[in-house]
Write a protein that binds this ligand. Sequence first.
Ligand SMILES: [Zn+2]
Ligand SMILES: [Zn+2]
Length: 163
Amino acid sequence: MSLDNRPVYTGGCQCGAVRFRVEGALGEASICHCRMCQKASGNFYLPLVSVRGAMLDWTRGEPKRFRSSNAAWRGFCAECGTPLTFEAPDGIALAIAAFDDPTGIAPTIQWGTEAKLPYVDGIPKLPSEDTMADIGSAPYLAELVSYQHPDHDTDQWPPEERP
Ligand SMILES: [Zn+2]
Ligand SMILES: [Zn+2]
């Protein structure tokens, strides 16, 4: 919460070169299946939340932008490639999973369903394992050191020493 009781959200890219802060209520949270959102995210669909009615600040770095149409720009980290924004004349939306805590930002609508990939609806029914269930065939997992920026703001990043 901010001083005047407005909610505050933080987030950023995987490498930490770009960080954002949102103050105020988030708008509509959605996923978009359209072909442009698939390409821009390298994924089956792109989860976005509007920050149109809130205050967005880039607190470290700023996204590089690709103009994906005459109406929109796609922001991403130029260092690590994390998709971060969809920017249209009516406002900006942020990639939900780029937030430090995306758990409370549940999508309420799907867009672009004409391009929905045929297996997306079957994903919840696939066999499921947690990461460490694969340790037998991927022993490096036991000594894995993450270089991902942590899910909170940092004074300095990256840390000076890394294994
Ligand atoms: Zn990055
Ligand atoms: Zn889309």
